[in-house]
Design a protein around this ligand. Sequence first.
Ligand code: URA
Length: 238
Amino acid sequence: MAKTLDLERILHRQGFGTRKMCRILIINEEVTVNGELCDDPDAKFVLDNNLHFTVQGESWEYREHSYLMMHKPAHYECTHKTQFHPTIYTLLPAPLVERGIQCIGRLDEDTTGLILLSDDGQFIHKVSSPKHHVPKVYEVTCKHPLSETDQQHLLSGVKLIDEEETIAALAVTRLSDTVIHMTLAEGKYHQVKRMIAAIGNRVEGLKRIQIGKLALPETLAAGEWRWLSADELSAVQS
Ligand code: URA
C-alpha cells in the first residue's frame, strides 16, 4: 500500500527545519503542494516522487533519499566544520544540509572533480567501503616528467610511508610527459599524492574524473551539483 504522511512531517524530513518551524510555514500559507496552496499541517499526501512543493517560493521535489554529484572546486573543504576554507556544503541548498547529506569519501582542499553526496547510509557504505572496490580515476599533473619505469612502478606497487603492504594502481594512462590518468581501487588518505611522492615526483594538480563507471560530465562546471539519475546510480555501483 502507498505510504502517506502529513505535510508537517514531510517538510521536516525533507530538511525544512523543526516540526514546529514547518507547521508555521504551512499555517502562514508559504507552502504549495502539486501547485495548490495547502495551509493544513495535518493534510496527508502519498509519498512518491511525483510530490512537488514550493516552500517560500522555492521549488522542491519529494525524495526519500538524496543522491547527487558535485564538481568540487579548488579551495573548498569536504568537512562540515572547516578552519581555513569554505565547505562544499555551502554550495548546496540548505534543506539538503539540514537533512544530513554527506560526501562519500573526501577530496583534499586543492583537489577538484567528481564527488558524490547522499543521505542514504547503505549507499554511502557501498560506494565508500574498501570491500566493494569501486574504482576511481584521477587526472594527475606531476611536477616532473614520468618515465616508463615510473609508470611500471605505479602498476606493480609502491611502498607508502606508514603502510605495511605495497599499493598498486589498477591502470595508468599517459596523456603527456607530466599528465596521467590513474585508476585506484582504494581511497587511502592522500593516496595519489603519496604514490606519486613514492616514485620521487610531486603532484601539481589533481582532479577526480570518474567513480565506478560514472564520469564527471563536461557540462557540470566547478562548483555546480546535480541529482543523479537512476542509470547514473547504477553506473557508480558497477
Ligand atoms: N588522493 C589524494 O592524494 N588526494 C585526493 O584528494 C584524492 C586522492
